[in-house]
Design a protein around this ligand. Structure first.
Ligand SMILES: N[C@@H](CCC(=O)N[C@@H](CS)C(=O)NCC(=O)O)C(=O)O
Length: 229
């Protein structure tokens, strides 16, 4: 295989992150969309995104960004020696991602707004109402264990995290300074699935919390790195 291909799942936060990173690097790519129920079977390692760089496979969105920096020097995603970017990108993936899982898979209203709607838009009419509750019950426990977030603590902790990003953006245009980095790509994917364009689990939360800098940053990222599946 030649050229650059990205294997993704529609609406996946880590896929959006990798798509934005490729745009940031100015790398044209072909999108390979894997249906939700086939990711485990078709994606190497059972997860997306996967990058194929001229036939060579790179798994994991963080590794993809490192590889892009290696191949294309301009517009570094991980500027050399900048530990703040490394730590923030890691923390967004590890500490913030559980909120996305919570508001998509555990919180019932969040599930109804996001995954249930996504399923209803893709399932045949006959099973459209039957399948979503089964999917909810089959996955809730798994995600509850994975996130470790109980219902009442999710919202205050999510609010704190969003407020901390908002504070960072009061001083600089991007999370780690005046240029977008890997940390911005990571949060961009997450916000899209929480309060953005892809069946958001908690629409309106930035407005509700008065996170105006974050909302402004998100609008700018959306314009700079439009995501279309
Ligand atoms: N650490 C991985 C996480 C990737 C990940 O969790 N991908 C999810 C989609 S957002 C996935 O492929 N899930 C497949 C499944 O659970 O069936 C990365 O950064 O790429």
């Amino acid at each position: 295989m030649s050229g650059v291909e990205l294997m993704v799942m529609v609406g996946s936060q880590f896929s959006i992150k990798a798509m934005a990173a490729l745009q940031h690097k100015g790398v044209p790519y072909h999108l390979n969309k894997v249906p939700h129920n086939k990711v485990k079977r078709l994606a190497p390692g059972g997860q997306v995104p996967v990058l194929y760089w001229h036939g060579e496979e790179v798994r994991d969105s963080t590794e993809i960004m490192k590889r892009l920096d290696h191949e294309v020097v301009a517009n570094p995603l991980f500027p050399v020696g900048n530990q703040d970017v490394v730590e923030l990108e890691h923390s967004i993936d590890e500490d913030f991602n559980p909120f996305i899982d919570h508001y998509r898979w555990v919180d019932r209203e969040g599930f109804d707004r996001s995954i249930r709607k996504a399923l209803q838009d893709t399932l045949p009419p006959l099973v459209r109402t039957l399948v979503p509750p089964l999917v909810y019950h089959a996955n809730k426990k798994r995600f509850l264990e994975k996130t470790g977030l109980a219902g009442e603590e999710a919202f205050p902790r999510l609010s704190q995290a969003l407020a901390s990003y908002d504070r960072r953006l009061q001083d600089t245009a991007y999370l780690c300074g005046d240029s977008p980095t890997a940390a911005d790509m990571a949060l961009y994917g997450m916000i899209h699935t929480l309060d953005g364009d892809f069946y958001p689990g908690y629409p309106g939360i930035m407005e509700k919390l008065g996170a105006t800098e974050l909302a402004h940053w998100f609008d700018g990222m959306r314009t700079a790195y439009p995501i279309r599946f």
